[in-house]
Design a protein around this ligand. Structure first.
Ligand code: FES
Length: 143
């Protein structure tokens, strides 16, 4: 069996939504201290909905595929839905990742949350910090 699903390979080779939004309404970054990979998410928000989303990922193929899939999953969705996006949902949408690559999908979850938080902070919108659990780096799961 191939190590990576066809979906992972497709999103790695043809990443969707790669790039920068110059006038982004929210920017979030997440990194993994162990591998040193970094993911940055840019959001454009209209009426509480993610009108546009782009990513820059300096990292492995799984991180690029996770960024691509995660941005596809939240594009056009309300912020509340983006906040609920889990790395598990990203992994499932990619038809799985090898166990030692699951931490790569965590970067997408964390970077999106950080971008939404940045948007709320810029707008002065109060939010429940409990919605933004600080999971710290995922260094421990890098196996
Ligand atoms: Fe670092 Fe994938 S995010 S190895």
């Amino acid at each position: 069996m191939a190590l990576y699903s066809e979906t992972v390979m497709d999103h790695f080779r043809n990443p969707r939504n790669a790039g920068v939004i110059e006038d982004a309404d929210g920017i979030g970054e997440a990194g993994n201290a162990v591998c040193g990979d970094i993911m940055r998410i840019y959001l454009k928000i209209q009426d509480g909905v993610i009108a546009d989303v782009k990513f820059e990922t300096f990292g492995c193929g799984s991180a690029i595929a996770s960024s691509s899939m995660a941005t596809e999953l939240i594009r056009g969705k309300p912020l509340s839905e983006a906040l609920r996006l889990s790395n598990k949902a990203v992994t499932e949408a990619l038809d799985g990742l090898p166990p030692h690559k699951l931490h790569c999908s965590v970067l997408a979850e964390e970077a999106i949350r950080a971008a939404v938080k940045d948007y709320y902070d810029r707008q002065g919108i109060s939010y429940d910090p409990g919605n933004f659990p600080d999971r710290g780096s995922c260094g421990g799961c890098h196996g």
